[in-house]
Design a protein around this ligand. Structure first.
Ligand SMILES: NC(=O)c1ccc[n+]([C@@H]2O[C@H](COP(=O)([O-])OP(=O)(O)OC[C@H]3O[C@@H](n4cnc5c(N)ncnc54)[C@H](OP(=O)(O)O)[C@@H]3O)[C@@H](O)[C@H]2O)c1
Length: 320
């Protein structure tokens, strides 16, 4: 089968189309012929070599999220999966391929009215957004700031905060055009990347959901109301300063909280339940998956270049 692998760590040009034997599902696994493959920031990190210490070596086939049709199952897996359209989390990779393996507990049937591209755009990001807001103890009526809102996680957080009754949903983004698109998705105030602008924006927020982290992260503590909570769900801007805790301590009398959140800590059945509900809501048109562009699998290099150039609003999806 055709796949895209990391030939050499570094830039997008290190990805290459290769021919490899089709994988065979082991016990507990299914084999999927993807119609759509999600391209995520973590794929770019692995490609760069930054995660080599975690076992991601050259030769690795990236891709953690696919949607398509089950073509075979491992020995102990219910054969009724065969022929079903599904979304799946493949785990550590293997998604950029004509056939991909996933553990059956990470496979979910697709509603008929949800496209494979939409499914891989909201499948993981929706779960991060949902549980990220819960981790921040978000309550209806509270104000939320989504930092780095133009990616798939931010877009879902904006929509879910609005659906769950936020009093205000502010976003940071780098252009007025993106701001307009985020308003259509539920944002009430549009700020620049530093959190400024938005004339009528609230003076503070109960919750900050941060996809960015990086050097500027501590400056957003000042935007939290007393008892405010910031939850870091990503780090697209890199690591925060090592002494960022000092900024939190300096605001001691405002009783602020900081937490990280990873969907890896959510039980599989809770992730499945939320994803099922979100897929149904998306099928009814109540949640929108923003697909930036569909590209053929062979153009994975171009997809990664577009991501590196910051061109992507939502998610790029590859099609085998
Ligand atoms: N918590 C979890 O369980 C979980 C699961 C999967 C992934 N992740 C993490 O989530 C992140 C990816 O999320 P995503 O795909 O939604 O994000 P993304 O699309 O890569 O980036 C979101 C937005 O952040 C803004 N941005 C990028 N670099 C920036 C910078 N240096 N400073 C300020 N803003 C910047 C850009 O928007 P503008 O240009 O409009 O500002 C960009 O569109 C990664 O860190 C990944 O590791 C977390």
């Amino acid at each position: 089968m055709k796949a895209v692998a990391i030939r050499a760590f570094g830039g997008p040009e290190g990805l290459a189309v290769i021919d490899v034997p089709a994988p065979v599902p082991a016990e507990g696994q299914v084999l999927i012929a993807p119609e759509a493959i999600g391209v995520g920031g973590v794929d770019a990190l692995i490609r760069s070599g930054a995660l080599a210490a975690y076992g991601f070596q050259e030769g690795h086939i990236p891709g953690g999220e696919v949607a398509g049709t089950v073509t075979a199952v491992g020995g102990d897996v219910d054969t009724s999966w065969i022929g079903r359209r599904v979304w799946a989390f493949t785990g550590v990779g293997g998604g950029y391929a004509e056939l991909a393996i996933a553990p059956v507990e990470e496979v979910l049937p697709l509603p008929d009215n949800l496209s494979a591209a939409d499914a891989v755009t909201l499948g993981s990001s929706g779960v991060v957004a949902h549980f990220g807001l819960s981790h921040a103890h978000f309550a209806p009526g509270e104000s939320v700031l989504v930092r780095g809102a133009a990616g798939s996680i931010g877009i879902m957080t904006v929509q879910l905060a609005a659906r769950r009754g936020a009093g205000a949903v502010a976003v940071t983004t780098s252009s007025a055009e993106r701001g307009d698109r985020l308003r259509e998705l539920g944002a009430t105030h549009v700020l620049d990347r530093s959190g400024e602008g938005g004339d009528d924006a609230p003076s503070g927020y109960d919750v900050v959901v941060d996809v960015v982290a990086g050097a500027d992260m501590p400056s957003f503590f000042a935007k939290l109301h007393p008892n405010g909570r910031m939850v870091a769900v990503g780090a697209v801007g890199g690591q925060p300063p090592a002494d960022f805790g000092a900024a939190m301590m300096a605001a001691f009398q405002r009783s602020l909280s900081f937490a990280t959140f990873s969907a890896a800590t959510v039980a599989v059945h809770d992730r499945r339940a939320v994803r099922t509900e979100q897929f149904a809501a998306a099928g009814r048109g109540e949640l929108r998956a923003v697909v930036h562009e569909l590209l053929p699998l062979e153009q994975a290099v171009l997809a990664h270049r577009k991501m590196a150039a910051g061109e992507v609003f939502g998610r790029i999806v590859l099609t085998p």
